[in-house]
Ligand binder design. Structure first.
Ligand code: P6P
Length: 332
């Protein structure tokens, strides 16, 4: 079988489109290799002492799981020496990690949620790693600052995720569509298993945490009530729902078979525009969804056009099937 590895895919995309210069290829391969290592750690579960809480909280005030920290440290250790990066930012770190002077630095900025959905770890449900690549705003060699990360999602150079499920998959875009790779554990090779993922514009499947319904704003209530009304309601068809409570798993399902994912702002914390983080959750996922022909808004405008003001700022998320995201956005 003429199988294409991640390495060959990146080389051939650069050859045909010029989108993956050597430094970016090295960065993406290093992230992919680290995700394979994280997959191995996650897969051992209770056989290693990696489950449960770490006894610390992150900047979000969330109890960190041991695997959150293991994944975060693995990504830092693997990427610190390569010379592609100026700095890294993570959900698990209050401030960016700037590449120390004794290592070479490069133009790229790497952002990640090292283990998204970690509330699912202890119950053996799919979780994942989300990553985003930006470039330093100017090309001069000045030292990076936290402000350099505050770029709108449209400026992403690349984005992707690994999903640690029954199989371990890597889904990646460098700006020319979305490709999916499956990890061959025996050799540690990522093999191209889907060259061009696409999100159908129509769907019958939606994902939202319905237990928050009483806290939703009116446009979301109206939209979901119409889905619930089914064939006899204004939509004229029945819908199905899925909620894994692991964004990577929910978004992966949408990229594979369609659907719409929503995490709206709600009245529980009116000061927060939503639960999900813009820079290392919503932006990379929105980049992938748009590259796959879908749509992603915060209820008012494209997520990728939002000018960030803070490293860990949150945002409401409506992403997936274009017709559905257009409709729920129009209700806002
Ligand atoms: P809830 C996981 O903690 C996460 O950040 C996303 O992966 C997921 O979509 C969401 O939160 C789940 O939130 O409120 O349903 O537990």
């Amino acid at each position: 079988m003429n199988r294409i590895s991640l390495t060959r895919h990146l080389v051939e995309v650069h050859r045909s489109k010029g989108l993956v210069p050597t430094a970016l290829q090295q960065l993406l391969e290093t992230v992919a290799q680290t995700c394979a290592q994280i997959s191995q750690a996650v897969g051992r579960g209770a056989l290693s002492d990696v489950l449960g809480e770490a006894g610390s909280d992150n900047v979000q005030g969330e109890h960190q799981k041991k695997l959150d920290i293991i994944a975060n440290d693995a990504l830092l250790d693997a990427n610190v020496w390569g010379g592609s990066l100026a700095a890294m930012a993570s959900e698990e770190m209050d401030h960016p990690f700037f590449i120390p002077n004794h290592y070479p630095t490069g133009d790229y900025l790497l952002l990640f949620d090292p283990l998204d959905g970690s509330s699912n770890i202890d119950v053996n449900v799919s979780i994942g790693t989300i990553f985003s690549v930006l470039r330093m705003p100017e090309h001069d060699q000045r030292a990076a600052t936290e402000k350099d990360f505050l770029q709108c999602g449209r400026r992403q150079i690349a984005a992707g995720y690994a999903v640690y499920g029954p199989s371990t998959m890597l889904v990646l875009s460098v700006g020319d569509g979305v490709a999916a790779f499956t990890l061959e554990r025996e050799t540690g090779t990522w093999w191209l298993t889907e060259a061009q993922m696409s999100v159908p514009s129509e769907t019958r499947e939606y994902a939202i945490n319905a237990s928050n319904a009483r806290h939703w704003e009116a446009p979301v209530k109206r939209y979901v009530d119409e889905l619930l009304a089914g064939a006899s309601g204004p939509r004229g068809k029945d819908f199905n729902t899925r909620w894994v409570a692991s964004m990577v798993a929910d978004v992966h399902r949408i990229l594979v078979r369609g659907g719409v994912f929503m995490y709206p702002r709600d009245a529980r914390e009116p000061g927060k525009p939503g639960k999900l983080r813009l820079l290392y959750e919503a932006n990379p996922m929105s980049f992938l969804i748009e590259q796959a022909g879908g749509m992603a808004t915060d209820g008012h405008g494209a997520i990728l056009d939002i000018e960030p003001t803070g490293l860990h700022q949150r945002v409401a998320v409506f992403l997936g099937a274009r017709t559905e995201v257009e409709l729920v956005t129009s209700y806002h």
